[in-house]
Design a protein around this ligand. Sequence first.
Ligand SMILES: Cc1cc2nc3c(=O)[nH]c(=O)nc-3n(C[C@H](O)[C@H](O)[C@H](O)COP(=O)(O)OP(=O)(O)OC[C@H]3O[C@@H](n4cnc5c(N)ncnc54)[C@H](O)[C@@H]3O)c2cc1C
Ligand code: FES
Length: 285
Amino acid sequence: MNKIIKKDQFSEKVFCLEVEAPLIAHSCKAGQFIILRVDKHSERVPYTIAKADDEKGTLTLVVQEVGLSSTKLCNLNEGDYVQDIVGPLGNASEIKKFGTVVCAGGGIGIAAILPILTALHDAGNRVISVLAGRTKNLIIMEDDVRKESDEVIIMTDDGSYGEKGVVTAGVEKVIQSEHVDRILAIGPPVMMKFTSLLAKKYNIPNYVSLNTIMVDGTGMCGACRLTIGGKTKFVCIDGPEFDGDLVNWDEMFKRMGTFKNVERKEMEHYEEHVYPTPQPGQDVK
Ligand SMILES: Cc1cc2nc3c(=O)[nH]c(=O)nc-3n(C[C@H](O)[C@H](O)[C@H](O)COP(=O)(O)OP(=O)(O)OC[C@H]3O[C@@H](n4cnc5c(N)ncnc54)[C@H](O)[C@@H]3O)c2cc1C
Ligand code: FES
């Protein structure tokens, strides 16, 4: 079991959890993720490692409440335990000196892109971060991103913070004002698709981090398979980062909706019979 040692609330539905996982904290690299089970009966859910502290032996996860597992996780508090954490999983992000890299983070994707932009900055790249959200309070971890970026552009759909507009408007502004060598987009699939299409229009190499449905995270179950460049790939072992130009986005959107009805039913059941917070050794039904 892994203990939650710190919990912060970033916005109404987004929580930041620091959990003990010393072996993973010691070996993980930017871009990798873990798979977590909240309790014995929970499904296995992937979360990106937003930060890792080798000295403290902890991982920072930023979790958005969207359904049953994430709600159960966000209902836990400091001192509580999760059942288990497996990782680090997936390939680390490719880090080298590319030149100028635009890192576009949408919503919860900001947490996922933070370790990568940090590593890119450390490798000597000029990092321009474009953070986007529907409204001001959905722009998370801004101070962390500012520390590791040469420039930060903030976009909100409603104009409540930064500039009014979607992420692609911010990215295009950068492309039109200076040479860009690479674009990395992490966020909701629709945001990654349109950022990738924009990059393609300007012939800029672009990468996205895919968040397909995952089960085992080790290449055994096939749940995360997706067509990339005409070939079947497993996001958990071949990714999660892929060349955006090669992603079959229609297939990605279709697969993301596969379990929608089951997930909604499970959530309704949970809301009717709210589970108690599990304690170490306690089995929650
Ligand atoms: C590599 C990777 C990294 C991720 N990193 C983060 C992160 O840092 N923070 C964060 O909040 N979320 C992250 N996610 C998404 C997260 O794993 C889950 O999608 C989310 O917590 C939903 O679970 P749920 O049971 O609460 O919702 P559900 O009601 O079960 O599902 C809501 C939607 O979430 C997606 N989903 C559900 N289960 C999974 C699953 N096992 N794998 C992938 N997607 C699923 C589906 O699109 C589904 O329609 C990541 C996903 C992947 C694959
Ligand atoms: S999650 Fe099972 S093969 Fe990728």
